[in-house]
Design a protein around this ligand. Sequence first.
Ligand code: TRP
Length: 425
Amino acid sequence: MDNSKTIVTHEKVESNNKSGINYTTVVEQFGCQLIDNELISKVKQVVKKDTLHPVLENNIFFAHRDFDALMDKCLHEKKNNFYIYTGRGPSSTNLHLGHMIPFMTAKYLQDIFDVPVVIQITDDEKYYQTNSNIPFEQYRQYAFENIKDIIACGFNPKKTYIFLNSIQNTHFSHNSVKIQKRIKLQHFKNTFGFTDDDNIGKVSFPSYQMAPSFASSFPILLHPPTDDNPQLDSFYNPISSFFGQIINPDAHKEYLKQLSNMKCLIIAAVDQDPYFRTLRDIAPKINEPKPIVIYSRFIGSLQGKDKKMSASVNNSSIFLTDTSKQVKKKINGAFSGGQETLELHRQLGGNPDVDVATQYIEFFSGDTEMVAKVKEDFRSGQLLSGELKKKCIEIVNNILDEHRQNREKITNELISEFMSIRSLI
Ligand code: TRP
């Protein structure tokens, strides 16, 4: 009998099953679709590639909402008229490898689809959620450090906008107002588990995470003036665009219609579904398209896949600032799916499904074929746990080295460029 239990909410992820969270249950519970081979083939058709990165091929992104319809649209229109949206809640200066997955994926998808990316840094969110007395200003410091790590993933500065929630633009706030009006407190209590003891910041926050899912939150970035829409020129100034519906209602309507043709593809870990599930219900009521989402699994804690990595538990994760020695020590001490003795391992084989090092190779090697071989050899007993961990250490240290080098080159000018309002098209 399977009595495993999985809990996934926007603040907590837990499972009492050693092979980790039961993702099929999660999909059933949330009502999204699994990413299957047919969908992966469609993506290959759109981007004209034979193989994709393991985050897609190995089902690390395992679930979606309307991603298939988006791919059909791209094939039909022969252009990729969408932007990518992802984000990060800065809860410390120190990111761990699990935090990198949405950003690595967003950068990869930006490259293969050639589309803009917007990245939200929710300093407000983490301030509301934390019970300690950390001052609000401290979250800005976290944000600054996190932004450097995000840029170091290699985003294209011409097509990427990073913004901080505590410095908001008018269009973004405008959409948050419309969203807030449509949500009942009762719904949020059910969906997010808010209680009467929660601060009201927590309750208002979700609308700010939802608003970037509409292109109309970023008109200047996503719909700059072109020769065929000169009549809309007056709207690209932040003030006149805001009052556009009063100055010239017909042109404004047309402008909004064009903006809504640009779809949003959200990249997130599956615990973020409560936000986007709610928003998809509201969108038609405020004349906006439903956002499209793809969801990833979690990278397990070093102590076992049944727990999510946590930035606050030091030994549960590998941090971007860890030295190669620390990485070696942590991976060597990680939960293993190998047998107790060498003899038993050769005889019975290991279990890659619970093995933590195998999972890291799966997430970070970038090599779909190699991952399959490692799993097969470990299962058959041919590959020993020590050998597998050695491979894992090498892969992780290479990634961290490259990341450090990229991060060192980031200047304040570059950060300003990423955070400035300009055309991304
Ligand atoms: N709430 C996310 C976190 O806790 C941050 C975030 C903001 C986000 N906007 C997003 C994540 C969009 C995915 C997609 O880190």
